[in-house]
Design a protein around this ligand. Structure first.
Ligand code: FAD
Length: 604
């Protein structure tokens, strides 16, 4: 084996967002040595962008809340294809994880009697999101980072992992490169936790940062793990639509939680026009009741703007398609109207939604305390990811764990806002705990030099092709355009088959992509290496979406607009077949225990 810079840890965590940091803290607390690798600088992971809050049934604002309501909201939101055990653990453990974060120094907004304040969010029956204005992710990352650093975790920043190393089917380490200098690195580890986040950069309009290229999904797939639920991509209803340079940037659901309303160009609150059956009894019957709900009236039901994200997105698309959209192809989201209801409305909005106020003022020259915002759906989150055991978070590959957005199960067909940050804490902790246990009972395994040599060869190929061929950015842009058009919010078999054909062509183009220059901080090279991951997750999404011939949650089929009972009992899985091709299968969802069924019945 060439003389690569080599690091050895009991547990290697790939990703320094909420899930990775929480996993690293837990593994370290269990007494094993921990390495943490991330593509960007520590503190810059995507979690830092999270705005609205962390969902946990603390019952600080409404004492009717408890884990049962949270569990049942999560299952209903996910349209019952969630991993019910994960949903149960999540609902039960999230409050402790939030309190623990507070004990480690997180400064949450407060109720008047000094407890953690909680706000309304889509699909949650009661105010449930612990928050810090609309900058919750920043506080969470800062707290976890401070805590983690003091536990002696070794951090390897600006380092991209490109290959997992295996020994007789078990994961024994990882291979990657330093982004700054381009040097290769080997990490030996007894257990590896993937916490690499999502895939949003496979689409043209997205709220996701440059890091979201499906790396963890691809690493796991290539190592032999299964991915499930890849057809379920969440299109958040409210992204900025204007100016073009900021299209897709998120407008937090917190705006609607604080009383913001959606209107078309005819001034109509169109969300009242279509309320799905399962939510009818929980939804306000008029605007007055909806407003009272946002102001904490416990006898009122939530406004239809706070229905689940998949539904709100489709209603917005309908308004735009039927000609009632704004000049820039969105609808209006108005929080300024609350000045009719409360004194000092402008100050109130700036206090509750400081980032939104600055975002619109600086990027679009709009004062949201005075004017409505123009918004439209944006690719936001993937419910699908690595299939893991609910309790331990281990994948089907021994020694390989996954947590956070790159893992799947808890959200089913649709994630409720706020359930990601709590997922990171609950399952990040579990992944760290069980990875440490695995490491303590396992030897180091052997690194196969052919695997590292192959990793190096593949990484350097774009340089060999040089500048005579197409560059990576053109292929990436073509992929994003194609996925947006053919595997987006509304899908059909015909279009998705075209997407598979297009993916074949794009794969061939990607194999010819060349880059110039040297290995020191070369964005073209990084993009060339990301391309393979983006193509793989795009294929997984398209194939799983073709297989699910029904509409459910984030996955809407124009050719199969109804739910299919049989498909409600399975998850769609993809894995790498022996011939190297992607195999798609249906995995039955285990029967839910009676006690959990009763919880769901009781909450209806
Ligand atoms: C604008 C915005 C607002 C949001 N607001 C909320 C909210 O209020 N509440 C909520 O619950 N959810 C929210 N979400 C969703 C939530 O923020 C994410 O789902 C969550 O932060 C993902 O966390 P993670 O730990 O899984 O991954 P991330 O925080 O994305 O971290 C991924 C890490 O993996 C690293 N990485 C990736 N690939 C590699 C590789 N190949 N090698 C090495 N390192 C790698 C990255 O560098 C990074 O450190 C929001 C999302 C967005 C975009």
């Amino acid at each position: 084996m060439p003389d690569y810079e080599t690091h050895e840890h009991d547990v290697l965590v790939i990703g320094a967002g909420g899930a990775g940091l929480r996993a690293a803290i837990e593994a370290s607390a269990a007494g094993v040595s921990v390495g943490l690798v991330c593509k960007s600088l520590l503190g810059k992971a995507h979690t830092v962008m999270a705005e609205g809050g962390i969902a946990a049934a603390l019952a600080n604002v409404d004492d009717r809340d408890n884990w049962r309501v949270h569990f049942s909201d999560t299952m209903r939101g996910g349209q019952y294809v969630n991993n019910w055990r994960m949903a149960e653990l999540h609902a039960k453990e999230a409050p402790d994880r939030v309190r623990e974060l507070e004990a480690w120094g997180a400064l949450f907004d407060r109720t008047t009697d000094g407890r953690i304040l909680q706000r309304n969010f889509g699909g949650h029956r009661y105010p449930r999101l612990a928050h810090v204005g609309d900058r919750t992710g920043l506080e969470m990352i800062r707290t976890l980072q401070d805590h983690g650093i003091h536990m002696g975790i070794d951090v390897h920043m600006e380092c991209t992992i490109t290959t997992l190393l295996t020994d007789e089917g078990r994961v024994v380490g990882a291979f990657g490169y330093e982004r700054e200098r381009g040097r290769f690195k080997v990490f030996r580890a007894k257990a590896v936790v993937l916490a690499t986040g999502g895939i949003g950069r496979a689409y043209k309009i997205t709220s996701n940062s440059w890091e979201y290229t499906g790396d963890g999904h691809t690493l796991a797939y290539e190592a032999g793990a299964e991915l499930i639920d890849m057809e379920f991509v969440q299109f958040h209803p409210t992204g900025m639509v204007w100016p073009p340079s900021v299209r897709g940037i998120l407008v937090t659901e917190g705006v609607r939680g604080e009383g913001g309303v959606l209107k078309n160009t005819q001034g109509r609150r169109f969300m009242f026009d279509d309320i799905p059956g399962p939510y009818r009894t929980q939804t306000a019957s008029d605007e007055e009741e909806g407003w009272r709900y946002t102001q904490g009236d416990k006898s009122a039901r939530r406004p239809p703007e706070l229905l689940t994200r998949d539904h709100v997105s489709r209603c917005i698309v309908r308004e735009i398609k039927e000609g009632r959209g704004t000049p820039h192809g969105g609808v209006y989201l108005d929080i300024s109207w609350i000045k009719q209801r409360i004194p000092n409305a402008a100050e109130h909005i700036k206090k509750k939604l400081p980032s939104m106020y600055h975002q619109f003022k600086q990027l679009a020259d709009i004062d949201i305390t005075k004017e409505p915002m123009e918004v439209g759906p944006t690719t936001h989150y993937i419910m699908g990811g690595v299939r893991v055991d609910a309790d331990t978070q281990m994948s089907s590959v021994p020694g390989l764990f996954a947590a956070g957005e790159c893992a799947a199960g808890i959200n089913g067909a649709n994630r409720l806002g706020g359930n990601s940050l709590s997922d990171l804490l609950v399952f990040g902790k579990r992944a760290g705990e069980f990875a440490a246990k695995f490491a303590k009972t396992s030897g180091s395994g052997t690194i196969d030099p052919r695997q590292t040599a192959n990793g190096e060869k593949r990484a350097l190929e774009p340089f060999e092709r040089g500048g005579q061929t197409e560059g990576p950015f053109q292929v990436q842009a073509a992929l994003q355009e194609m996925m947006q058009d053919l595997v987006g919010i509304v899908r059909t078999e015909v279009e998705m088959q075209r997407a598979l054909d297009a993916l074949g062509t794009l794969r061939a183009r990607a194999a010819r992509v060349g880059v110039t220059g040297h290995r020191e901080y070369n964005p073209g090279w990084h993009a060339a290496l990301d391309l393979g991951n983006l193509l793989l997750v795009s294929e997984a999404i398209a194939r799983a979406a073709i297989e699910r011939r029904e509409s459910r949650g984030g996955h809407f089929r124009d050719d199969y607009p109804e739910k299919d009972g049989a498909l409600g009992k399975v998850n769609i899985a993809v894995r790498k077949g022996r011939d190297g091709q992607m195999e798609v299968s249906r995995v039955p969802i285990p029967e839910m225990p009676d006690e959990l069924k009763r919880v769901i019945e009781d909450m209806k």
